[in-house]
Each structure stands twice: as structure tokens, then as C-alpha cells.
Design a protein around this ligand. Structure first.
Ligand SMILES: *Cc1c(COP(=O)(O)O)cnc(C)c1O
Length: 453
């Protein structure tokens, strides 16, 4: 699958007289050579560990550029991309409206250390679309949003304890990097080296889709209202409502981590789709239009505990960044109800394409769809066994996924290099792309089936 557009960056290419049309990134060499060079300066060659191919084997491709649904690596290979920056670029890569917004903003300066009109407008845009967000504070990543929400919840309630759900992911923040047990509640086990027991001593990890009984020392329950970091798991009927009621019973705050689901499931996120109002909401990904961003929104009385009004500290040199807010506003403005309708149809189409290919080639698989999100579990095609929590999600066949991942890459389809990521379609995946995707997916499953027997 190397019939993509040849690529060379004429500015960066050190080869004298290099012809950008003929050159296929020879200046950097192959993906393997370039990646090896990266590993000599960047630990593991990646700046986010999930980008490594550790779970699937092999060497990552280095992206030279991308447009719409397609990414192009430095060797000139072209892939239909289902990673889409893990959901951050819902309009597709290099969408003209995003490019226009950033280009217009950039010549006015890139950061000031003072308030700007666009951060006000982006906060308004979020608050208008998500009514629970009476106040919104912008920051730089989803991780910063969850860590700020946790500090705010603790500061506002004067309580320490957090409740999280096994298989949910809230970014790389110590208090939320607690390990979950198998089907049971566990307390205070660090999920990674470098997190002291003390940092998670007040974090209780419980199974997803089961309302835990809370005690009155709980500051907050933080949940992905649609779990999209263990494949895609829908909230069971009554689960989110049950969390709301249980939080109210003991005076704990309910935090929705909508870093993925926010502005992806629809303008109101999961809280609108399932009609449950959290106290605080974390955002990231979509609201930055592909630039670094995060946000916490919520009830006015709680949000006003944030400094400078209240005693809970938050600050950030680049928070409310002019380029990120420009891109975010462009993204939210482009995301009309019609676009969400179309993305929903496209998600169902993607699941149908995958289901057909898996059936045609005897690879048992499930492709649950929640709104515009698609998940993939390999090893069973029994819809009654669609995972509802992390223990069930973990039954997916990871080695089969690794084979499918490489077969897909060969066929020109980029999946995430991990078996628990959601598949993302966006505005860039138009009808022509979906038709070509269907052809390539068919080839990938055929190849995968061959290598499995
Ligand atoms: C991606 C993600 C985060 C972390 O966001 P970053 O911008 O990567 O720090 C937090 N929560 C959820 C649900 C996510 O998917």
C-alpha cells in the first residue's frame, strides 16, 4: 500500500536539489530509520506512550502530513485514518475552517498572559451548548481538566475521597492513576510506578456500570459517561441516574469526564444524550479543534471556589491560548445538528463495514456503537456478550487485534496501536472515503484471517 502521494518537506529536507515530487522522505529515510533516531532522544520514541506499538509490535510510522480522513507517512504511504488524534480532530485533518481560524489568529500573537475576547467566546459557546456548565475555566489538556476538577471538588466539599471506575481513563494525573481490581472495589493501589500510595490512598476504584454505595466522606465521583477508553461501553440504563442520586444522597459531587464524549456525541455531550446533569464536566480533545486544550465547566457556586474568587488554586501560562481558542471556536461553530446526524450515520456505517468483513472472513467480533463512537472487541460475535465493564472488555483477543492492526496498516487503514481505543470517524470521512475504506477493511480482514490459520 505504497501508492500514496510522495512527500518531502522542501524546507526541512537537507538534500541539495531535492525534488519534493520524487523524494519519498529520503532525507529522513524509512519510518524505521527515523523512529530509531527518535528513540535516541525521546524515551521510547513517543511523546504519549499510547502511540508506541508496544501492544501490537513493530515500528510506528511517522506522520508527515494529513488531510481530511487521510494521513501520509514520511515514506509516502497513505492511510485512511481512524485514529483522528484520538478524537481531537472531529472535522478531519487540516479542515479549511480550522486552518483559516488558526492562520487568522497567529499573526496577532500566540500568547499574552492577559484575557482575550476569544477565550470568552469559547467559554460562552461551551456554556450555551452544555447548560450544566454555568461557568467554564479553560486550560491546556484533558489531564489538567481532570486534575483541576478533582482539586476543585475536594476544595469545595472539604472532603478527600474520590470514586473512579475501573477501565475509565482520566489522563495522567496521580490521584486518578489508581489500579482497579477484578470486579471488586479496591482502595489505594497505585496504577503506575511513580505514584506513591499516599496519592491514591483516597481513591476508590469500583466496577463500571454498577452504582456504588457511597459514604459521606466522598468528595466526588468521576466517570466517563460513555466509557471510550476500554473500547466503547455504553452506560447501562439507570447507571448515570443512579450515580446522580447516590451523589446527592451523601453530598458528593458528580464529575463527568467528557474529554472524549463532549461535542463528539452531540453539542450537549453525553449529559444531554442521557439527560443526567453533573456538577462538574471535564472537556478536552474536540474543543481545541486539534490544538492543546482542556476545560472544566460546572455549577456556578462550585466553580467560584476556583482562584481568584475562591481558595482552590488554578493557573496556567498558556491557558485560554489564542490559537487553541480560535481552532476550538471554529470546530464548535462547524458542528451543527446536521453534522452530528451525519457522523452518527457514518459511525453506524463503519460498524457495518467492520461487521461484514469480520463475518466474511470468520473473525468473531463485536462493534458497539454509541452515538458517533465505535468500539471493537475481537473473539466473540455474541451481542449478548457486548462488554459492560472492564473485566468483560478485557476478554477481547489482544493478539488477534495486533494481527488485524498490521493487516489494516498494510491495506491502508490506520487503527490505534492498542486494542482498547475507540475508532473515530469525522467530517473528513465522506462517502468516497467510506467506500474506499470498505474495500481496504475487506482486504485487511482477509489477510488477518489468513495469518490466523
Ligand atoms: C484523552 C482523555 C483524557 C486526557 O486528555 P489529555 O488531553 O490527553 O490530557 C482524559 N479523560 C478522557 C476520558 C480522555 O479520553
Amino acid at each position: 500500500m505504497a501508492d500514496g502521494i510522495p512527500y518531502c518537506d522542501p524546507v526541512a529536507c537537507p538534500v541539495a536539489g531535492c525534488d519534493p515530487v520524487v523524494c519519498r522522505g529520503a532525507a529522513l529515510g524509512s519510518n524505521a530509520v527515523a523512529f530509531e533516531r527518535s528513540t535516541r532522544v525521546i524515551p521510547g520514541g513517543v511523546n504519549s506512550s499510547i502511540r508506541a506499538f508496544k501492544a501490537v509490535g513493530g515500528t510506528p510510522y511517522l506522520v508527515a502530513r494529513a488531510d481530511g480522513a487521510r494521513v501520509h507517512d514520511i515514506e509516502g504511504n497513505e492511510y485512511i485514518d481512524l485514529v483522528q488524534s484520538y478524537g481531537a480532530v472531529i472535522l478531519g485533518h487540516a479542515h479549511p475552517e480550522i486552518t483559516r481560524a488558526i492562520t487568522a489568529a497567529v499573526s496577532d500573537g500566540t500568547s499574552y498572559g492577559a484575557p482575550t475576547p476569544r477565550e470568552m467566546k469559547l467559554a460562552e459557546a461551551i456554556s450555551e451548548r452544555v447548560p450544566s456548565c454555568e461557568r467554564v475555566r479553560l486550560m491546556n489538556s484533558g489531564t489538567e481538566a481532570t486534575s483541576t476538577a478533582v482539586r476543585l471538588a475536594r476544595g469545595a466539599t472539604g472532603r478527600k475521597r474520590l470514586v473512579t471506575f475501573n477501565g475509565n481513563f482520566h489522563g495522567a494525573t496521580d490521584a486518578l492513576l489508581a489500579a482497579g481490581g477484578s470486579g471488586v472495589a479496591t482502595l489505594g493501589l497505585p496504577g503506575t510506578a511513580g505514584v506513591p500510595e499516599e496519592a491514591v490512598a483516597n481513591t476508590l476504584v469500583v466496577p463500571y456500570n454498577k452504582v456504588p454505595e457511597l459514604t459521606d466522606d466522598v468528595a466526588a465521583v468521576i466517570v466517563e459517561p460513555v466509557a471510550a477508553n476500554m473500547g466503547v461501553v455504553a452506560p447501562a440504563p439507570g447507571f448515570l441516574e443512579g450515580l446522580r442520586a447516590e451523589c446527592d444522597r451523601v453530598g458528593a459531587l458528580l464529575i463527568f469526564d467528557e474529554v472524549i464524549s463532549g461535542f463528539r456525541l452531540g453539542p450537549g455531550g453525553a449529559q444531554a444524550k442521557f439527560d443526567v446533569r453533573p456538577d462538574l464536566t471535564c472537556f478536552g480533545k474536540v474543543i481545541g479543534g486539534g490544538l492543546p486544550i482542556g476545560a472544566v465547566g460546572g455549577r456556578r457556586d462550585i466553580m467560584e471556589n476556583l482562584s481568584p474568587l475562591g481558595k482552590v488554586f488554578h493557573a496556567g501560562t498558556l491557558a485560554g491560548n489564542p490559537l487553541a481558542t480560535a481552532a476550538g471556536l471554529a470546530a464548535l461553530n462547524a458542528l451543527t445538528d446536521d453534522v452530528y446526524m451525519e457522523l452518527g450515520a457514518r459511525a453506524r456505517k463503519l460498524a457495518a463495514i467492520l461487521r461484514n468483513a469480520s463475518e466474511n472472513h470468520g473473525i468473531p467480533a463485536l462493534f458497539p456503537v454509541v452515538g458517533t463512537l465505535v468500539g471493537m472487541y475481537l473473539g466473540s460475535s455474541d451481542v449478548n456478550r457486548t462488554p459492560t465493564n472492564f473485566d468483560e472488555a478485557k476478554t477481547t483477543d489482544e493478539s488477534l487485534y495486533a494481527r488485524l492492526f498490521h493487516a489494516a496498516l498494510q491495506a491502508g487503514v490506520a487503527l490505534a496501536p492498542g486494542a482498547y481505543e475507540a475508532l473515530f470517524v469525522g467530517v473528513g470521512h465522506d462517502d468516497a472515503v467510506m467506500t474506499e475504506l470498505e474495500r481496504r477493511i475487506e482486504i485487511a480482514f482477509a489477510e488477518c484471517a489468513k495469518s490466523s490459520h
